[in-house]
Design a protein around this ligand. Sequence first.
Ligand code: URP
Ligand code: ZN
Ligand code: ZN
Length: 465
Amino acid sequence: MSVLIKNGRIVTAVDDYHADLFISDETVTLIGRDLVIEADTVIDASGRLVIPGGIDPHTHIEMPFGGTVTSDNFETGTRAAAFGGTTCIVDFAIQPKGTSTLDALDTWHAKAAGRTAIDYAFHMIITDLPASRVQEMRRLADEGVTSYKMFMAYPGVMLADDATIFRAMRKAAEDGTLVCMHAENGVVIDELVRIALERGELSPKHHALTRPTRLEAEGVHRALAIAEVAEAPIHIVHLSCYDALHELRLAQARGVMAHAETCPQYLLLDASAYDAPGFDGAKYVLTPPLREAWNQKELWRGLRHGALDVISTDHCPFCMKEQKELGREDFSKIPNGGPGIENRMSLIYHHGVSGGRINLNRFVELTSTASAKIFGLFPKKGTIAVGSDADIVIFDPEREETISVHNPRTHHMNVDYSAYEGFRVRGFTETVLSRGKVVVDRGEYVGRAGDGAFVRRGPYGGAHA
Ligand code: URP
Ligand code: ZN
Ligand code: ZN
C-alpha cells in the first residue's frame, strides 16, 4: 500500500518546508518537491500542516485504580487518541506488589493485543523490587520495556521507599534504561488527608488542599538527589507547579540528567475548578491536583526554555457516574485521574502556538519528538524522515471546534464528561496515518481495532544532548 501526500507544509522539531511525501511499506520513503509517482492513495494537504503523529508517553488505559478501572479500554482509548492526532502511546503496566513484573507485562499485553487503533508501548510500574527481582529490569528491557514508573505517593498501594528507588535507579543506569517518578511526599499527604477527614472536610476541593505544592517539590527534590547519587537519568512525570519546576532547574544546573513532563491540565486549568457547584469538582480530582493559576505562566516558561521536555496527558479517565461518585461523601475515595488523550494536540497548538508561547517546531518537539528520543522510539517515531514510520498527522491550522462531551467531533473517549468543556480551539486534526495506513480520514474513523502494534523500545535516548 502506498500513499502520496501532496502540497503539505511539513513541520518537524527542526524543519519547516513545503514538499510532497511518499509512503510505502509503512515508512516514509521519499520527500521532495512536485513528486510524480504512482500511489494507491493520494492526499492533497494544501493549506495543512503535515506533522509527526503525536506521542503520548503517559496514559492509563484499562487500569485498576482507586477501587475501579479506568473507563477507556485499549480500543476506545487509542481510537480517541487517533482522532486527536496521537499515533503512539506509552501506557503503564502495573506490577501487583509481591509479583513478577514479567507477569504484569503479560497481563498488559493481553489487554492490548489486537485492540488498538495506533501503536503502543509500555512502561512498567514497579511497586516493589527485592534484590531477587532486580534482574527482571534487564529482562523487561529485552522485551522492549525500557522505562519504569515509581511512586513516592500512595503509601501501601504504589509507594516505593527511597532504598527501592535507589536500587532501581542504579540498575537502570547500568542497563541504559530510565526511571520515571511520581514525585509527591505521599506519607505526609496521607497524614494531611487523615486530619482533613477527621475535621469533616469531605468535599473534592480538599483533595487539592491536602496535596500542597511544597510536598510535590520535596518529592521532586528527593527523587533528583537520589538519581544524582545513583548517576542515573530520571524523568519526572506530571510536574504541576512552579515549586517543583524550581527544584528541577536547580538539579539540571548541577548536571543531573533530569527530564520532566507537564500536562495540558496544569497549563490550562486551575484550582478554581474545585469550586464548581455540587460534586462537579470531582472531575478534577487528579494527582497532582490543579494548582493556583499563576503557576501556568511558569510552566509555559519552563516548556519554552527547555527545563520541561514533554507534554503528556496522564489520561486516566473515570466516569462521574459510578466511578467518581465513589467519593461523593469522602474526597479520598474519589478515583484520581482525568481524561485528555484526545484533546492534547489541539489544546497545545491553540494555547501554545497560536497563543505565542511556543513556536511550531517546539510544538512538535513537545508533543512527539522529545518523547521519542527520551523513551527510545527515535527516529522510528517522532519525526518525518526517510525511513521513519509513516505516523503522520495532517492538521488543519484554521479549523475551529468547541471541545465538549456533546461534540461528536471532539469527544470519542469513553468517559461521561470533558475536562475542557467549552474550550474553543483553532487548529484540529484532519487526517491521521498510522504506519502508512489512513485511520482517520477527514474526521472519520476508517481504521480497525488491531491496526496498532506493540513497539519494542530501545534504550534511554537522552534528549538533553
Ligand atoms: O490522578 C492521576 N494522575 N492518576 C493516575 C495515576 C498517576 O499518578 O499518574
Ligand atoms: Zn503519577
Ligand atoms: Zn499517571
